[in-house]
Write a protein that binds this ligand. Structure first.
Ligand SMILES: Nc1nc2c(c(=O)[nH]1)N[C@H]1C(S)=C(S)[C@@H](COP(=O)(O)O)O[C@H]1N2
Ligand SMILES: [Mo]
Length: 429
C-alpha cells in the first residue's frame, strides 16, 4: 500500500456539530467563490444579475409530450465497454451510479443485459403459459393479468457478473463500470405464487423452468420455494409499463437473486419435479474456485456497498466540508449498517442511512460534512446486513474464492483520492 497520509476520523462525519459545519463550511466557501470570480461576468454567475432565461418565455407545454432530463445532464447515460463483449446485441451496458441520488434508478438509465438483443414484443399478441406439473395449464393474455390483484415493490436487480472484471486487480476507472450492473426500481405486477396457485401446482414440484420471448430464450431454473415466496410477474416499473430493454411487456422479478434469473419478455413457466435437479447442476452460472471445484446455486446476492461520491467520475473540488455518499444492498434482507473508512480499512465510522430501508432494495448512505484537508485518502465503505454478514475486504474474499471466478464479487471497493482531489480505483494489498 506504501506510505499514506489519512484524515482523522474524529474530525469527520456524524459527530460534527451543525453550527461549525455552517460557519466554517458553506458560508465560507460561498463567499470565496464569488470573490474568486471577480469582474463583470461573476455577477451573473453568482446569480446577482438577471440571466436570459429570466427575460423571455420558456418552452411550450407541447414541446416535450414525454419529458427528458435537462440537456445540461446529457452526459448522464448508460455506457458500455467496447472490448468487453464480441457483439453489441449479446452485451451489457452500465448504470451511471455516480450521477444518481436516493435509491431509485430512473427507467431510461437502468443498465441492460441481453443475450440476444432486446426483443420488440407486441403486448396484444403476447401470452404467458403456465404448464407442466400443474392441475390446470393456463394461458394468460396481458389483459388477463391486469384483472388480477397486483402488488408494487422496490427491488434491486444485480447481474452476478457485476464487478467481475475487478477480481484480479483494479481495472475500470469509474463506479459506472465497477458497480453499474445494478438498478433498483419499483415493480408492479402479480405475485407468482398467486398464478401458481391458480394453476394448482403439484406437491411434487421442485423447480420452475422460465423462458423469455427473445431470440436467446434465456431458459432458467427457479427453485419452487423461491417462486412461492416473493417472486413477481411484473408489467410495470417506476409507475409506467416496462421499458422494452427491461422485458416489455412482462418480466420475472426474483428479489435478492442474481439478475440472470429475472427472465425478460417472459412467456413460459414450466413446473417440474426433483428429476430436474441433474439438469440444474450443469447450469451455466457457477463460480470457479482456486482448487478447481465450483460453487453452484449461488443465487442470493451477497451484501455489498460502494461510495458513489466521491468516485473517479466525481472528484473532490473543494477542501473543507464535503459529502460522502453511496449505496448499500443485500440479497438476503435489509442493510443494517454502513461504515466508511478514510484510511484503507484501519478505522471505521458509521455512516448515516437515509431511509427508507427496505429488504432486497438499494439503501442510500451519507457521511455529512467530512472535512477534506487536501491530503491523500484511501476511501472505503463496508455494509452489514440484518443477518449479521459483514462485506469482506478483497484480500479476504480472494483467500476463499481465488481469482478465477467472474461472478459474485462483493468485495469492499477502495477509491484513492490524491492531493488534487482526483479519485482512482485502486487495490490495497
Ligand atoms: N429473456 C431474457 N431475460 C434476461 C436476459 C436475457 O438475455 N434474455 N438477461 C438476464 C441477465 S444475465 C440479467 S443480469 C438481467 C438484466 O436485466 P436488465 O436488462 O433489466 O438490466 O436480465 C436477465 N434476463
Ligand atoms: Mo447477468
Amino acid at each position: 500500500m506504501g506510505e499514506k497520509k489519512t484524515n482523522q476520523l474524529k474530525d469527520s462525519g456524524a459527530a460534527m456539530p451543525r453550527r461549525r459545519f455552517l460557519q466554517a463550511g458553506l458560508a465560507g466557501s460561498a463567499l470565496a467563490a464569488t470573490g474568486a470570480l471577480g469582474g463583470a461576468k461573476s455577477a451573473a454567475a453568482a446569480g446577482l444579475d438577471i440571466p436570459d432565461w429570466s427575460r423571455q418565455l420558456g418552452a411550450s407545454v407541447d414541446d416535450a409530450p414525454y419529458g427528458k432530463p435537462s440537456h445540461h445532464e446529457s452526459s448522464v447515460i448508460r455506457r458500455s465497454v467496447e472490448w468487453l463483449t464480441a457483439t453489441r446485441e449479446s452485451s451489457v451496458n452500465f448504470t451511471p451510479l455516480y450521477a444518481l441520488e436516493g435509491f431509485v434508478t430512473p427507467n431510461g438509465i437502468c443498465f441492460e443485459r441481453h443475450h440476444g438483443g432486446a426483443a420488440d414484443v407486441d403486448p396484444v399478441e403476447h401470452r404467458l403459459m403456465i404448464h407442466g406439473m400443474v392441475d390446470r395449464p393456463l394461458l394468460f393474455t396481458m389483459e388477463d393479468l391486469l384483472r388480477l390483484p397486483r402488488v408494487s415493490r422496490f427491488f434491486f436487480l444485480e447481474c452476478a457478473a457485476n464487478g467481475g472484471m475487478e477480481w484480479r486487480n483494479a481495472q475500470l476507472n469509474g463506479v459506472q463500470f465497477t458497480h453499474g450492473m445494478i438498478h433498483c426500481v419499483q415493480y408492479t405486477g402479480v405475485s407468482l405464487k398467486l398464478l401458481l396457485e391458480e394453476a394448482g401446482v403439484s406437491t411434487k414440484a421442485k423447480w420452475l423452468m422460465v423462458e423469455g420471448g427473445d431470440s436467446a430464450g434465456m431458459n432458467r431454473s427457479v427453485p419452487i420455494d423461491k417462486a412461492l415466496d416473493d417472486c413477481m410477474v411484473a408489467f410495470a416499473m417506476n409507475g409506467e409499463k416496462l421499458r422494452a430493454e427491461q422485458g416489455y411487456p412482462l418480466r420475472l422479478v426474483v428479489p435478492g437473486f442474481e439478475g440472470n434469473m429475472w427472465v425478460k419478455w417472459l412467456r413460459r413457466i414450466e413446473v417440474g419435479d426433483e428429476s430436474w435437479q441433474a439438469r440444474e447442476e450443469t447450469s451455466k452460472y457457477t463460480d470457479l474456485m482456486p482448487d478447481g471445484r465450483a460453487r453452484r446455486f449461488t443465487w442470493e446476492m451477497d451484501c455489498k456497498s460502494v461510495i458513489t461520491s466521491p468516485c473517479p467520475e466525481n472528484p473532490l473540488t473543494h477542501k473543507g466540508p464535503n459529502v460522502i455518499s453511496g449505496l448499500a444492498w443485500s440479497g438476503r434482507g435489509n442493510v443494517k449498517r454502513v461504515d466508511v473508512s478514510l484510511d484503507g480499512g484501519k478505522n471505521w465510522v458509521e455512516a448515516r442511512i437515509e431511509g427508507p430501508v427496505m429488504p432486497k432494495c438499494l439503501t442510500r448512505f451519507y457521511l455529512d460534512g467530512w472535512e477534506w484537508d487536501g491530503s491523500e485518502v484511501y476511501m472505503q465503505s463496508r455494509a452489514i446486513d440484518d443477518t449479521g454478514y459483514v462485506q469482506p475486504q478483497m484480500t479476504a474474499l480472494q483467500k476463499v474464492r481465488g481469482i478465477n471466478s467472474i461472478y459474485h464479487n462483493n468485495a469492499i471497493q477502495t477509491w484513492f483520492v490524491n492531493k488534487t482531489g482526483e479519485v482512482e480505483n485502486v487495490r490495497l494489498a
